[in-house]
Design a protein around this ligand. Sequence first.
Ligand SMILES: Nc1ncnc2c1ncn2[C@@H]1O[C@H](COP(=O)(O)OP(=O)(O)O)[C@@H](O)[C@H]1O
Ligand SMILES: [Mg+2]
Length: 263
Amino acid sequence: MVSKDPHSGGAVSVANLCKTFGTSVEALRAINLNIEEGEFVAFIGPSGCGKTTLLRILAGLERASSGSAKILADWPEEACRKAQIGVAFQRPALVESRTARDNVDLTLEITRATPNQSVKELLEKFGLGEFMDHYPHELSGGMQQRVNIACALVHDPKVLLLDEPFGALDELTREKLGEWLSRLLKEEKRTGILITHSVDEAVHLSDRVVVLSAGPGRVHRVIDIPIPQPRSRSLRGDESFLKLVAEVRRELYAATEKGGAAS
Ligand SMILES: Nc1ncnc2c1ncn2[C@@H]1O[C@H](COP(=O)(O)OP(=O)(O)O)[C@@H](O)[C@H]1O
Ligand SMILES: [Mg+2]
């Protein structure tokens, strides 16, 4: 008998995915999810609910214990080989002995991709034109994170995976970078997953917010954010925005209590 493919297409598809570390640490249980091309989805949930684990599985850095994930109909490892995935974590993974430009070049050396735009053009677009020959320690935290995201985007991946990329930055810098990133993704119709601790950031940037519960990580609720993109900064004062923030916050509390996890 031919078994039916549980994946329903889209840019990112996760079917009944479970992950247990060793014999007893159940990190993720029965995650089902489908993300369309061009969608920007935020994940939020209490600490330890498996967000990073899920992202690492999608990036092909970790294997699921059962169930599966596909990126553009490929297994994550294959999508990674085809340079379809870009990943950025909270701490910029920059090589200290390389300038900003040489750090971004490193992604091209590894992926052997030949992008449409040069590294110089990309860094200029990222507002780093004057800083390309600077070393990481000569850049501010926000600039380092922009270089980090440039490294994740330079090979022109279809799917961008971001694990709390603005977590270590001050509030104004994270707001500015978030808005800049959202515009960039929408212009290029890229699919994005953003893990964040900030309810405000999740609602402001994404098309959908996935709230995860802990112990083990499960999808608690998916909330649509039906506000047209790109979104202005002033949106934060609007009633529609504040209502959605309140809804996500309520669900996050419920998810935290359900999982019984401390955040
Ligand atoms: N490599 C690992 N080995 C064992 N346990 C792990 C490993 N990575 C994560 N875990 C555990 O899996 C759970 C989920 O972790 P993580 O995905 O980092 O959560 P989050 O990113 O939501 O804070 C936690 O209980 C964590 O301790
Ligand atoms: Mg994490």
